[in-house]
Design a binder for this molecule. Structure first.
Ligand SMILES: NC(=O)c1ccc[n+]([C@@H]2O[C@H](COP(=O)([O-])OP(=O)(O)OC[C@H]3O[C@@H](n4cnc5c(N)ncnc54)[C@H](OP(=O)(O)O)[C@@H]3O)[C@@H](O)[C@H]2O)c1
Length: 328
């Protein structure tokens, strides 16, 4: 009989990739979510984790490993209460739990935000809620039966935030591309397939426990853009604009509308994409070359349609307007 894995999630990018990876390794996979679409082969239990008894129908089963992607401390507290006999509880956390984002190379011992043990939808509280989630897992399962996987930017095919697909898409679409004149700034991401692969390794390998930053190696923004350009086979012009000029024009950093994804020059956030991944690598995390991630996300972007509305980056019209302004 194959071993059973429970994914609390499974309808979005990472949870679905965890489910797919576990299925490909022969596990029976059950996903709990409100949505309807989980990877083929997984069992879907539809439930709203805002409800106290959401996990009633899965609680009595023996789970080899549980994966939880929640952002709500109440969800995690109740899951830890209900799934006490799980072999290992893997909680996906975030670099947003750290109190400071300006210490290059900081590891898992860096100071955390004060926990916020309340369920809210406020993005400002995200990191503090994740700290509270981590605490519930550690209190319930202890470090020997849990993994707190703190991730930074997750990229690759299926990145609906459109951050990691922006630059390959932009170089594929535009002859002249506007970039930030900040080539030395760090960028750092993890391919969703590498992250999911390592998280599923934790189901069998009980040295993969405790707290770990799960992320690729830092790569200077200039090299990142060169890689995006190469995978898109771009031979046009690249025009660099200074930080001050971009800020003056209302261009945002990192994410969201009218932004330059992967560009983070705010001194308070300079090291958000420059964290130590030494512990996860020592425990077997393998990170594929950025070139492969960007080539695959470009293919995914193409299949989704380059001209669809995006959550991050400049539209082609915004970019061309900025280029006209900059170059007179
Ligand atoms: N994206 C990044 O770059 C990044 C960076 C660092 C860390 N992370 C972390 O990585 C993880 C990403 O996970 P993901 O891509 O699978 O998911 P996600 O985009 O965070 O979506 C949340 C998942 O939880 C489920 N969910 C939310 N509210 C629920 C409720 N009330 N009841 C039941 N299910 C609920 C959703 O399913 P339904 O909506 O179908 O219910 C969905 O499957 C998160 O833990 C995030 O904090 C992400």
């Amino acid at each position: 009989m194959s071993k059973k894995i429970l994914v609390l999630g499974g309808t979005a990018m990472l949870g679905a990739e965890i489910a797919r990876t576990a299925l490909s390794r022969g596990y029976d996979v059950t996903c709990v979510a409100r949505g309807e679409k989980v990877p083929e082969g997984a069992i879907l239990v539809r439930a709203d984790r805002d409800e106290d008894d959401a996990l009633e129908s899965v609680a009595a089963q023996q789970w080899h490993a549980v994966y939880d992607v929640s952002r709500q401390p109440g969800h995690v507290q109740r899951a830890v209460r209900d799934l006490t006999n799980a072999g290992v509880y893997v909680f996906v956390s975030t670099f947003n739990v750290y109190a400071a984002q300006n210490e290059p190379g900081a590891d898992e011992s860096a100071t955390l935000l004060e926990p916020l043990d309340a369920d809210t939808e406020d993005p400002e509280d995200y990191g503090a809620r994740k700290v509270a989630c981590e605490q519930h897992v550690l209190e319930g399962f202890g470090p020997a039966r849990s993994l707190i996987a703190r991730s930074g930017l997750i990229g690759g095919p299926g990145d609906s935030s459109t951050r990691t697909g922006y630059w390959p898409m932009r170089f594929a679409v535009s002859d002249t591309v506007l970039v930030p004149d900040d080539a030395a700034l760090p960028t750092q991401l993890v391919d969703v397939r590498d992250l999911a692969g390592w998280l599923v390794d934790a189901a069998e390998n009980d040295s993969i426990r405790g707290v770990a930053n799960v992320i690729g190696d830092p790569i200077p923004l200039g090299d990142h853009l060169d890689t995006a350009r190469r995978v898109a086979d771009h031979h046009g012009r690249v025009v660099a604009a200074s930080r001050d000029w971009l800020v003056e024009q209302g261009v945002a950093e990192f994410a969201g509308p009218k932004s330059m994804p992967l560009w983070l020059s705010d001194p308070d956030w300079l090291a958000f994409m420059d964290r130590s991944n030494a512990r996860a690598k020592k425990l077997g995390l393998r990170v594929r070359p950025l070139e492969q991630t960007l080539a695959d996300v470009l293919e995914w972007e193409r299949s989704e349609g380059f001209d669809r509305p995006r959550k991050a980056g400049l539209t082609t019209a915004e970019q061309d307007e900025l280029l006209a302004l900059l170059e007179g």
